[in-house]
Design a protein around this ligand. Sequence first.
Ligand SMILES: [Zn+2]
Ligand SMILES: [Zn+2]
Length: 381
Amino acid sequence: MKKVLLSCVILILAFTAKAEFINIGVFYSYDIQSFHFQVRAGKYTLYSEQGKVKELDNSIPIRVDYEEGKVKIYEKGKFLGAFDKINFVGVGWYNHFMIQSISPKGLERRYDDNLKIFSQRKKMLLVNNIDLDNYVAGVVEAEVGRKPKKEYFKLQAIICRTYALSNIHKHLMEGINLCDEVHCQAYHGKSFFAPIVEAALQTRGAVIVDSDIQLITAAFHSNCGGQTVNSEDVWTKPLYYLRSVKDTFCLDKRNSVWEKRIDAHRWENYLQAKLPSKHVDSIEREFEQINRKVFFAAEDSGLSFEDLRHQFLLRSTYFGVEHRGNEVLLKGRGYGHGVGLCQEGAMEMAERGYNYAEILHYYYKGVHIIDLSALDFFKED
Ligand SMILES: [Zn+2]
Ligand SMILES: [Zn+2]
């Protein structure tokens, strides 16, 4: 039954999901004690747990201070009240606001939609309650900047939307869905770059699912160095759509190759500590890695390239080794864990005219792009 329904669903070409809102903890790594809220577009109404406080226009900033576990608000120096929580709710057709921090000083960001503020763990938590696609546009800009082709922005929008929804409970205990750090997805506020905003809207509601209609783990990395990695080689869990693929699109990019020199004693000491004794003297100390390998030097060495990557803070696991006097020279390819979509390869594919669906299916094998509303439907099934 599911299969029949799925084939109907994937025929839907226009993504028509209704607006979904999501709660993002913003300025998450900061301890904001005091800031100004300024309306930049539209209209806002300020509510507290006691009800409506006032209507706001864009002429007067509202000062918000956190003192003794209470959120205190002021307008032009006049005290408006102390509350447990307040909500700035956009009530116009198109609403966005700016936050300018007073303590710590000098942070300034702009956001779409609504702002909720409440006290938690002796901190004031700032939460951007935002339309999913507005959030996706902000994330795409924070993650990849403005340089790529628009088709690439569409692809990245679908990936970031899928990631957000499959991690929607990541900060549940704190009363938010996601934070704005790389721990979840980097998000520095509203995108003002039209191709990115359009890409988010033109793919509205589009998410990637596997053959069981579950949101996929939409892994991506900067550059695979010419070959992506099977998921289980990094994270132990095999996922059928995260298979190693050869990639020639990323070979001549910023993050295609790297070199690192390491003190030979440090390197050898680590190998001696980690390799089984039967291997310590017998394995090759110098080698190239033509195709990606999981284990250092020999299949049964027990020492993975992933371990070495973490120990020596390497850009990738895709490297060979040469000895140069007191140093070892690691010659590597790619940047990142290597699983899933290779961003620099995908950007090159977009440059060459591939559409977002073609690029997506190149890196994620046997997945489907469906509308979020269909996903909700399947969830109820
Ligand atoms: Zn997070
Ligand atoms: Zn690549």
